[in-house]
Design a protein around this ligand. Sequence first.
Ligand SMILES: [Ca+2]
Ligand SMILES: [Ca+2]
Length: 280
Amino acid sequence: MKKLLYFFVSLVMIASILPFSALADDLTVIAFGDSITAADKWQKHIEAEYGIDIINAGVGGDTTNSAKARFKKDVLNKKPDIVFISLGINDCAIDMSRYVDLETYKANMAYFIDECEKAGAKVIVNIPTPVVDEQYLTRHKKEPFEPYGGPNGIVTVYADACREVAIEKGVVFADMNAYFKSLDGGYVKYFPDGVHPSDTGYKMYASVAMEAYQSLWRGDVNFDGTIDKFDYILVKRSCMKTVTLGEKQLLSADVNKNGENDTYDYILIKRHCMKTFVIL
Ligand SMILES: [Ca+2]
Ligand SMILES: [Ca+2]
């Protein structure tokens, strides 16, 4: 009798899970940014490796000001579920007319985040990558950057401001700036023209972006916005091979980030539900 009851309870639970599984393959993901995004290279790495299609809404040379003019058309009107926002390097080109001052940059970033969230989308902010002064200065005047100790000095100021806005707004960010700067042997070799990543650089960029993407959904395997017993059951059954999870669900299910769907994952989800552990 107990077994039969369990069977029916399970059926009800699975039925309530199924519609969300379908949703997993219908997510509209947009990358909104400048030339680093317009090149469509980091997105292609994500598509190839994880099967996640990303709409390219990048325009070369864009600042947050110029991108604002096309934001509604290129982002909001497409009804996105997830938006990567990747802007800032052109804003801080202090020697050029397109320069956007720091306060305006912060206000624009906050505006993009707010509008995406109002439209029901989750946001991932890609913190601007560092630049290589020597190559950068072959195309820009040197003097305006001197108060900042060079072009990368001002990029760092904008990257820090970008991170602050993301933290203030409570959205996920992919810290490209900190990541590249922390590499053994430095970041210079990954930016051959001083600004745009090399093929390897784009691959690294993609892995940092993907890490942020995964953290949006970690533990929330049925994508309903909460981590609860349904997620626990899904992951446990996936381990028992009585349920097959989609690719995106498998990424969300890997709570302990070891690249596998295993016992630890559903134990952590259970502990999260019991409030003895917090999935970040
Ligand atoms: Ca859930
Ligand atoms: Ca795992």
